[in-house]
Design a protein around this ligand. Structure first.
Ligand SMILES: [Zn+2]
Length: 262
């Protein structure tokens, strides 16, 4: 709902990753990078990327309608409104849970992961503390790469951030497969999302799409609704509404109304 800048913007070189088309890392992205006239470069470990020098970055504090505060670090100045748009869609009860489970907040980064699973694209709830950010303990925060934001910027929201918050909502079963039919549970838990084989990936996508579905922006709403895709159809929304995250335990009556079928 409101954004407060912490200190002044600062300049830093950053790397924006590009998603390879298809699942394999060796196929070039089929969209432009931030340096429109240049080709994607390739790193054999982390994938495709472009470098931007002297980008304006800023640290911010987001405050929700119900006064939940979330810190966000190293955001591109030009992306601040996308962070705000995204967090505005997350119910306050979910933001409170995020704050409890991930008190450090959100940090933008060139890459996420480690070793062979390090990538320039995507998001992560890491189980390690990155020593290069001594002000931020990654174990208690969420990492979003600049590449994930770049890829999905057309809707002016950060879908990867919603997906990562979805992972936090799986803690203590705030969302779970429990309320899905056996067949849907089976299908979703075996749905392979990008390169990540985890059983919860499609559930976190379902969370992301449901958050989008609740948007008043027609384009974002439409993105969250596709009857041919089990991750974003009415059957899945009905199951999510039975999860604690979408009942009066975590939503206000206004929010319940926003997540109704329409
Ligand atoms: Zn995930």
């Amino acid at each position: 709902m409101s954004i407060q800048f912490i200190g002044q913007p600062y300049r830093q070189d950053i790397i924006v990753g590009g998603y390879a088309s298809g699942r394999r890392r060796n196929q070039e992205p089929n969209y432009f990078g931030p340096n429109l006239l240049e080709n994607w470069e390739r790193d054999s470990v982390r994938g495709y990327y472009q470098s931007i020098s002297n980008e304006d970055l800023v640290n911010i504090m987001y405050t929700s309608r119900n006064h939940v505060t979330i810190h966000i670090y190293r955001v591109r100045l030009s992306d601040v409104s996308m962070v705000e748009n995204t967090l505005d869609l997350i119910p306050s009860g979910h933001l409170r849970w995020l704050k409890q489970r991930k008190p450090e907040g959100i940090i933008f980064s060139n890459s996420a992961g480690r070793g062979n699973s390090e990538i320039y694209t995507g998001g992560l709830n890491p189980i390690y503390d990155d020593r290069s950010t001594d002000f931020f303990d990654e174990r208690d925060g969420i990492i979003i790469t600049y590449g994930a934001l770049w890829r999905n910027q057309n809707l002016r929201i950060i879908s990867t951030l919603m997906h990562e918050i979805g992972h936090v909502m799986t803690h203590s079963g705030k969302i779970s497969y429990r309320y899905f039919s056996a067949a849907d549970r089976e299908t979703l838990s075996n749905t392979r999302v990008s390169r990540n084989p985890g059983r919860l990936e499609a559930l976190c996508n379902a969370y992301m799409y449901f958050i989008c579905y609740s948007s008043l922006s027609p384009a974002v709403h439409l993105y969250g609704d596709r009857s041919s895709d089990l991750q974003r159809n009415s059957e899945t929304r009905a199951a999510l509404r039975r999860c604690p995250a979408f009942t009066s335990r975590m939503l206000s009556s206004t929010e319940i109304h926003r997540f109704r079928e329409r």
